[in-house]
Design a protein around this ligand. Structure first.
Ligand SMILES: *[C@@H]1O[C@H](CO)[C@@H](O)[C@H](O)[C@H]1NC(C)=O
Ligand SMILES: *[C@@H]1O[C@H](CO)[C@@H](O)[C@H](O)[C@H]1NC(C)=O
Ligand SMILES: *[C@@H]1O[C@H](CO)[C@@H](O)[C@H](O)[C@H]1NC(C)=O
Length: 470
């Protein structure tokens, strides 16, 4: 591991004026450091790095603190060891923190209390995911699997101690791959109380484990069951089955619904699909072909991912691409990736795209991204659809209104701005969940209180008041 690097973030924070940001102000750090950051730096909160991509990723990890997935100060502290634009420093700093949390979880002194071990393992898992995040440029980097193995181990240790332990499930599909899922039940085994159920998928990069902290804990607290799932291109399936993304996401989501139909504890009339980030495309696509979902949350709205990817390209590269110059595009993108002044968001987007689609040529990747649009299928979505439009979305800006428009009457466009305006509401997931469940209460057929009572309700966390009946 590297020794601590120049704490650029600290220098930046000290240099910045605290007096400034009014709630709606964009906080620009354009003149803080290099030109590449200047093109790339618009944020709604006090930045944790001069690089907007690193700032955002730290906010994602820190935001998981709201639901048992991180601690705030240790992420803030870690930001001091991360040099803007230096991906190794990011990976090493989070790996160090993760190792430290894992050791704390394994300390016999702490293990006398299963709950504090649980949360410590959850934090370790979050930080191993962060350590992995920027590593996918070199497919042979052993850390890609090492850190993931660690995050999976820590996460499994943690979910085994939930009031009702989380259960990993493999769902075979007719298309030859296996969906990796985790089921979180509100009730102990054998309690066949049918409940509202969320089916949650992440997107281009995040593991299903993140979804526990993002929405699943919030759903359990509100009396729902939850299943998270991953298909081709997503972290576990990409690693274990060696499969890149497929656009026909109903081939992934429908087998999950088939599985849920076999369970006695699912209220199939109140089954809701949630897609996060690039999962906004995946969920919309699946909802267009899978009427057994009764509502869909599209967070955020992605009308045409191919267009969004093209919009990230500098003009010269775009011209080469439009002219069909495969080799020149590949060479230029490789040079761009290797150029230290390239914004990390662009470098990461290209590298993560190649890895997750399992297509090493950038030109071929861009070609392969064409079917990832909902231009023609959105009108097939007949269920209520909540389409999130995040005002500061750096990836799919402007696309959510088009999705809502294409779906038509059953869509609700939900605008978020200010502190809630980040892509996938990084750092404000408490307010995201409040808004999302308020909308679900409105559109689902019967309120959650209508479940038969009394039935055993495990309180969460287990040491909390014994009388809480949801
Ligand atoms: C940053 O640049 C703006 C103009 O673009 C200027 O008004 C401001 O004073 C600069 N801030 C610092 C800290 O240099
Ligand atoms: C949108 O996706 C469809 C496949 O669903 C594809 O045939 C079409 O070419 C895509 N549109 C664009 C503009 O890339
Ligand atoms: C939401 O934002 C879109 C533009 O992104 C705008 O057209 C629309 O009027 C906004 N809706 C509300 C309710 O503010």
């Amino acid at each position: 591991m590297n020794s601590p690097l120049v704490p650029l973030a600290l220098a930046l924070l000290v240099a910045s004026s605290w007096a400034a940001p009014a709630d709606t102000a964009r906080y620009s750090i354009a003149n803080s450091t290099s030109a590449s950051e200047a093109t790339n730096a618009v944020t709604t909160t006090l930045p944790l790095s001069a690089d907007s991509s690193m700032d955002f990723e730290m906010l994602v990890s820190m935001g998981e603190a709201a639901f048992h997935g991180a601690d705030i100060s240790e992420v803030l502290k870690t930001s001091l060891y991360i040099e803007s634009g230096n991906l190794e420093s990011f990976s090493n700093a989070f790996a160090n923190l993760a190792d430290q949390k894992k050791a704390e979880a394994e300390d016999p002194y702490n293990s006398k209390d299963p709950t504090n071990v649980r949360d410590t393992y959850f934090s370790a898992a979050t930080y191993y995911r962060a350590a992995d995040f920027y590593l996918h440029g070199d497919w042979s980097d052993p850390r890609i699997n090492e850190y993931w193995t660690q995050q999976t181990f820590c996460f499994n240790q943690a979910i085994a101690t939930l009031p009702v332990p989380g259960q990993r499930i493999q769902i075979p599909t007719p298309d030859g791959f296996t969906v990796e899922a985790i089921f979180y039940s509100k009730d102990p085994p054998g309690t066949a109380c049918k409940r509202r159920t969320l089916v949650v998928g992440e997107g281009y990069d995040a593991g299903q484990e993140e979804a526990l902290h993002f929405v699943a804990f919030a759903a359990l607290e509100r009396g729902w069951n939850v299943i998270t799932y991953e298909g081709p291109g997503q972290p576990t399936v990409r690693r274990m089955q060696n499969l890149g993304f497929i656009p026909e996401w109903e081939k992934v989501a429908s087998p999950v619904v088939d599985y849920l139909e076999t369970r006695p504890d699912i209220d199939m009339d109140q089954l809701v699909l949630v897609g996060i980030s690039f999962g906004g495309y995946l969920a919309a696509r699946a909802a267009a072909f899978e009427p057994r979902f009764k509502a869909v949350v599209i967070n955020g709205g992605i009308y045409d991912a191919h267009q969004a990817f093209l919009s990230q390209l500098p003009d010269q590269l775009l011209s080469l691409y439009n002219a069909g110059k495969r080799e020149q595009v590949d060479q230029a993108i490789q040079e761009t990736i290797n150029n230290p002044s390239t914004p990390i968001s662009l470098k990461w987007g290209a590298e993560q795209g190649a890895w997750s689609f399992k297509i090493s040529s950038s030109y071929d990747f861009l070609e392969a991204s064409k079917p990832y649009n909902v231009t023609t299928v959105a009108s097939q979505i007949k269920m209520p659809a909540w389409v999130v439009n995040a005002g500061a979305d750096q990836f799919y800006q402007g696309q959510a209104p088009l999705v809502a428009q294409a779906i038509g009457d059953s869509a609700t466009l939900y605008n978020l701005s200010g502190a809630d305006g980040y892509h996938a509401q990084a750092g404000s997931i408490q307010s995201l969940n409040r808004d999302m469940f308020a909308w679900l209460q409105e559109v689902l057929p019967s309120p959650v209180q209508a479940y038969p009572e009394p039935y055993p309700v495990p309180s969460f966390p287990p040491q909390a008041t014994q009388s809480s009946i949801i």
